[in-house]
Design a protein around this ligand. Structure first.
Ligand code: ADP
Length: 166
């Protein structure tokens, strides 16, 4: 089976990666679809996010990383996905995710949305929390794959350099 895993992935966290690994075991093929949303100001470009995900999933078979805009269901149909995969961290995710799943089903009845509960050890992780910690110089090595950690350090490094006195 082929699962489409859509999201912003700005950036990929260990929680996302854990979900991709488990979905790869369950479904065989996983298309990770990076949303290109011009109305959001992302920390990383779509190309950077795709490169981060490709590097972090090299050890897995059956993973494809693409970008998309517009409706998720259109992307799923175009790529002949059997299902849409989303992760659930806590009750707070549930209401929004259920609404999206119902909406998608009303647009494409044949497409099921499958939810995987996130691993407990990653359930506190979100891309925005990771960026916040990195911005203020905290350690993020246990939160994101090493490729992402490097990019985050590069992104926020200038903010920590002591001011130069010429
Ligand atoms: P979006 O902007 O679409 O919510 P995200 O990149 O934040 O994009 O999330 C994409 C998917 O990954 C969502 O289904 C989300 O619930 C799931 N997800 C987010 N954080 C984690 C995590 N820590 N563990 C597992 N899944 C997660």
């Amino acid at each position: 089976m082929r699962a489409l895993y859509p999201g912003s992935f700005d950036p990929l966290t260990n929680g996302h990666l854990d979900l991709i690994e488990r979905a790869s075991d369950l479904f065989g093929e996983v298309i990770v679809a990076v949303l290109s949303n011009p109305s959001k100001q992302p920390a990383f470009s779509v190309d950077q996010r795709i490169a981060q995900i490709q590097a972090s999933t090299e050890h897995l078979n059956g993973i494809e990383v693409i970008s998309f805009d517009g409706l998720t269901v259109n992307c799923a149909v175009t790529h002949r996905a059997d299902l849409i995969l989303r992760g659930l961290r806590a009750m707070s995710d549930f209401e929004y995710e259920l609404q999206i799943a119902h909406t998608n089903r009303s647009l494409a009845e044949q497409l099921e949305t499958v939810f995987l509960a996130t691993s407990a050890r990653h359930s506190f992780l979100s891309s925005s929390v990771v960026k916040e910690v990195a911005r203020f110089g905290g350690s993020i090595d246990h939160m994101v794959p090493s490729e992402v950690a490097k990019d985050l350090m590069r992104l926020f490094n200038s903010a920590f350099s002591p001011p130069r006195h010429e």
